[in-house]
Design a protein around this ligand. Structure first.
Ligand SMILES: [Zn+2]
Length: 439
């Protein structure tokens, strides 16, 4: 279920009603909105980790002015609106006092329950707009929670009892693109292409089962990305998902398209997610070995000692490359602290020289789970992770070994996905044409 769309429906429902009904509905929807927007913050966060600016229910300081205008109600007279900025050490009572409002008004607001909770923990720099009536009586306040959400507290006509609701504005999604060629490092090229650090991490995540971003990026590798930008009333408010991407690594082309289920698939409909991550360590931690790698191809080093060495700071988390069971977690003077993981009948991965281990023998681990922290224990000249990949007990190069086929997209999803994929691949190709023309 898309939480944001649900909230949108609620607001649209508002608009269809005569105005004097809208306030009443605001109260009812306050609780619905509350439930929809704050079910548990992890719900949206897990899928839209890059949309940090727009996660419903999470407050962010934004330089967008509070506007007294609203989708819900039109004000004929806005002259009584006053805006106050929250100062360091402010409480709701202090801000209300500056606005000339009473302690009773403060008390009433604190009785509104969860919907009005953001007002209890005000953040310096936030703005609160007040509308007051005769004798400075409290009529309404507006407190912007995020670029989409504004908390509205309003005195009802009947006996001045307060009602709280959250007004959510629609987000327009537009597509933009970026591409680049790597000449020093992936990070540098991606930054130069205009991608944010979040987008760079997400891009590496999309291809993390195919490409070892720590060791196998080469000069001349290229990337091409189509991503969402989010606008509210014409104003840019943040980035959305990467919807399509292409990465050419050592002349091998990988493409990925985002489906409505939040997962990435190849344009042919095979999952990007596979049994093994290419690297058991996040590339951002690994010392820039790009130049070194050109002179000492991984292939050769791999042959020399049947594993891959990742040089990074002591304490860097190391992940299980795939789901499995810990068959060894121990210490000896050669391997230092080390962990072996068995994946099904066929595969074993080994991780050596940890500073400390995070799993015990017999434990079940998930792909991406931290199993230890990089160190320099055992026979080493410096801190690094030594990683081995074994098939039926034989050391193999994880880059060239044949791995289980990734799962195809569910049959009932296939037609819908193929329609999306066609559009996305056309966008990727179109971007290449545009960039060529601009050269
Ligand atoms: Zn090694």
């Amino acid at each position: 279920m898309n939480i944001r769309n649900k909230a949108k429906e609620t607001i649209n429902l508002f608009k269809q009603l005569p105005k004097h009904h809208q306030t009443g509905l605001a109260v009812a929807s306050a609780f619905i909105c509350g439930l929809l927007l704050f079910p548990s913050e992890s719900v949206e966060a897990s899928r839209h980790s890059d949309v940090s600016m727009l996660t419903p229910g999470v407050r962010h300081a934004l330089d967008i002015e509070i506007s007294p205008s609203s989708e819900i109600i039109d004000f004929e007279d806005t002259s009584q609106w006053k805006t106050f900025t929250v100062r360091s050490g402010d409480t709701l009572a202090k801000v209300f006092s500056r606005a000339g409002l009473s302690a009773r008004d403060v008390y009433n607001v604190t009785q509104l329950g969860d919907v009005a909770k953001p007002l209890i923990a005000l953040r310096p720099g936030d703005e609160i707009a007040f509308l007051t009536g005769e004798d400075n009586a409290f009529d309404e306040l507006r407190y912007k929670l995020s670029s989409t959400d504004t908390l509205i507290v309003r005195a009802s006509g009947v006996n001045g009892a307060l009602e709280a609701a959250i007004d959510t504005r629609d987000i327009d999604i537009r597509h933009n693109f970026a591409q680049g060629e790597i000449d020093s490092s992936f990070w540098n090229a991606a930054t130069k292409a205009g991608l944010t650090s979040n987008q760079i991490m997400n891009l590496a995540g999309i291809f993390g089962w195919d490409i070892d971003f720590a060791m196998e990026i080469r000069e001349g590798d290229t990337f091409n990305v189509v991503f969402e930008e989010q606008y509210i009333e014409g104003e840019f408010v943040g980035y959305g998902d990467i919807v399509a991407a292409e990465f050419v690594n050592q002349n091998e082309t990988f493409q990925a398209v985002l489906h409505e289920d939040g997962n990435y698939y190849t344009p042919e409909g095979r999952s990007m997610r596979k049994s093994f991550l290419r690297a058991p360590i996040n590339f951002k931690y690994v010392s820039s070995n790009f130049t070194k790698a050109r002179f000492h191809p991984v292939q050769k080093r791999w042959k020399a000692h049947r594993g891959t060495d990742y040089v990074a700071a002591v304490g860097t988390p190391v992940m299980a490359a795939g789901d499995g069971k810990v068959i060894k977690s121990g210490y000896d003077r050669f391997n230092g602290h080390h962990v072996f993981v068995q994946h099904g009948e066929t595969y074993t991965t080994k991780y050596l020289h940890f500073k400390s281990r995070a799993v015990r023998v017999g434990e079940t681990v998930r792909q991406g789970q931290t199993i230890g922290y990089l160190g320099s224990t055992g026979m080493v000249t410096g801190a690094h992770l030594h990683y081995e990949f074994l098939v039926d007990g034989v050391h193999r190069n994880p880059r060239t070994v044949e791995l289980p086929n990734p799962l195809p997209i569910a049959e009932e999803e296939r037609a819908a996905f193929m329609a999306i994929a066609e559009v996305r691949v056309a966008q990727l190709n179109n971007n290449k044409r545009i960039m060529l023309a601009m050269r």
